[in-house]
Structures are given as C-alpha cells and as structure tokens.
Design a protein around this ligand. Structure first.
Ligand code: SF4
Length: 346
C-alpha cells in the first residue's frame, strides 16, 4: 500500500508578512512578534507570552507544533562534545544533522539539504544511500532550530550534511534568507558556508545571484582519472571546467574559496597528487582543508598516517599554499564528514 502524507503547515520559513497571511491574523505587527519568537526557539504558540491569550490559544489549536519534523534520536560524542540528531520528517524520512564543537567551544551546525545523495562519492557513507528527495526550506531551517533548542545557538552554519546543496539551491537560498534575517536569527553571511562536490552551474549561479556566503568545494584530488573514480561528478564537470567556474566565481565575488580534501591513504596522499594540486590551484585564491578520511565500515579506504599528511602539507607549504588540517570532530557518533547516513525509511 502506498502511504500518503498531508503536506504540513510549515511556518519557520515564513517572513513576518507571510506569517500574517498564513495564520490569517489581522494585525501586521503580530507577524514580527511571531517571527521573533520562532527565531529564539519557541516551539509552541503557548510560549509567545506577548500575544493575547485568546490568540495564543486559537493558534496553538490550529498549529500544535511550530515544526513539521521531530528529533528521533540524539547522539553525543563524549570525547569532543559534538552531537548528532536523527530527525524524522513529516513523511517518515530520516535525515541527520550535526553540531560540531571546536576546542574553543564554538559550535557549527552541519545541515543536510537532501535526504540521501545522488552524487555517489566513493568515500562517503551518504553517497551509498542514493537520492531520496530534496528537503524543503523549512526542513533545512528546522534542523538548525532542533540543534539550537538542544545544545544552544550555533555560531556557524555549514551546508555539508547529507546531500548536494547546489542541487537544491532555491530551498538553500530561502533558508539562508531566514538565517540572516535582520529581525530574526541575524546570522552573518560570513558564518555560513555552502559546500559542493563541484556542481558548475550552481557555482556560477551563486556568483550571479551574489548570495555572498562562503564557498567550499570538495575537490579531493587534482587528477581527472582519480577524481572521476572517486567522484562521478567529475565525469560531467572535469577539473578544467571546475577551475574555470571557480575563476569566474572569484572574479565576480572577490572571495577566497575553501578546497576540501578528504585524505584517503595511498590514493590522494602521494607527493604526485600534492604537486598536481599545486599546479591546479595556480591563479585561484584558496585555503586547502585536509580532512583525514573518517572511517566508514563498508567502504574500502584507509585513514592516512600522520606522515602521509605531514609530507603532503609540507609540499603545499613549500609552494606558499594556505593549508589547514581539520581537527577530528564527531567521529565517535559517526557524525564526521562523510559519515552521515545511518538512515532507514520507516
Ligand atoms: S560527499 Fe557530499 S556530494 Fe558526495 S556523496 Fe557525500 S553527501 Fe553527496
């Protein structure tokens, strides 16, 4: 039997004037009040104490929850304080969102933009799931609120969870507009990063639309043969095409780009790969982030040794490339980069 679901009445993606229309209330200033309450984590109209009691009551009856999704499971990494939420969407789909906590206590919300992912990067757990569906803007925003309500307000947002954000760009852009809204969460665009596996039209659209958030590209390796094996997207947009898009992006935005390299022992860690990366980067303003591959049981890769990483970093530094080795966070809960996806359909 095919299950059917009513499309829920979502609220968190609406601006004050849209809230007034959706809720069918007369006074426009109420929209701002409700918008503000949602942005500080109210979960019910009953929490909105500056609304008249009768209005609170009637809205709460019509909308028992402000969210369309619920937290199904919470996992906390005791070693580093990172946390992962498994979130159940209105249709029963499960997604995951992560809160990464750095050594200074800064919190980064790692949000999913799709359920599953169709990009099939060989080193990524999410890629083994295949694509289930795009998330609606409210489903992206609600992940932030679930993290905030459980662990406090995150300082940064990265669209680096499940899915390829540039293949769900309208919903990602809408979520960004809510995250940065002046009367709401007021998160600076400088604290928001979109991470892509290299969707060239999406990169060009970001530049064209002046979205002005930070851009990260999961480059992995600057060798077309190896990259095509690890990241099938390279067969559509190869390294040359990707670089041209990034040059255009930088010309239009003047922004530095982050290149993410999940490091797979013996595959993209060799000196030859380092020199190819040096050559490919020429002309781009980048920071290179190396991420020692996070183990996933069913995948055939190995985490590199410290020496492999150090030797790679030394070559990049010799060529004045800005390189950072990202700290390991969230591994204890399978919440680190590339580990999301212990998902099941109910
Ligand atoms: S790395 Fe990102 S784009 Fe690639 S399969 Fe995983 S979630 Fe999808």
């Amino acid at each position: 039997m095919i299950e059917t679901y009513n499309v829920p009445h979502a609220l968190v993606h609406l601006f004050p004037s849209e809230l007034v229309n959706e809720l069918q209330i007369d006074m426009s200033f109420r929209g701002k009040q409700i918008f503000k309450w949602i942005s500080i984590g109210a979960q019910s109209f009953h929490d909105m104490t500056d609304l008249p009691a009768s209005l609170r009551q009637s809205l709460a009856e019509r909308f028992p929850s402000l969210y369309t999704s619920t937290v199904a499971n919470t996992f906390i990494d005791k070693q580093d304080g990172s946390a992962k939420l498994q979130i159940k969407l209105y249709d029963g789909t499960l997604i995951e969102s992560v809160l990464l906590v750095d050594t200074q206590g800064r919190k980064t919300a790692c949000l999913s933009t799709q359920a599953g992912c169709g990009m099939h990067c060989a080193f990524c757990k999410t890629g083994t799931l295949g694509f289930l569906r795009n998330l609606e803007s409210y489903e992206i925003i609600e992940q932030y609120y679930h993290l905030m309500n459980n662990f406090g307000k995150p300082n940064n947002i990265v669209f680096m969870g499940m899915g390829e954000p540039l293949l769900n760009l309208p919903n990602v852009i809408k979520a960004i507009s809510i995250f940065t809204a002046h009367d709401g969460l007021q998160i600076s665009k400088r604290k928001i990063t979109i991470s892509t596996c290299g969707i060239v039209p999406g990169i060009l659209e970001l530049a064209e639309q002046h979205i002005d958030v930070r851009l990260a590209v999961s480059l992995t390796v600057a060798d077309d043969t190896i990259r095509s094996q690890l990241m099938p997207i390279n067969q559509t947009w190869n390294l040359y095409t990707l670089k041209q898009a990034l040059l255009t992006y930088q010309e239009k935005t003047g922004e530095r780009i982050t290149l993410e390299l999940p490091m797979l022992s013996g595959i993209n860690t060799t000196p030859e790969c380092a020199y190819k990366l040096v050559a490919w980067i020429k002309g781009l303003q980048v920071q290179v982030n190396l991420i020692a591959w996070n183990h996933v049981d069913e995948l055939p890769y190995k985490t590199p040794s410290s020496k492999e990483l150090t030797d790679f970093i030394t070559i990049l530094k010799q060529h004045n490339i800005n390189v950072v080795q990202r700290a390991k966070r969230g591994r204890g809960i399978n919440g680190a980069c590339g580990q999301l996806g212990r998902i099941k359909q109910e």
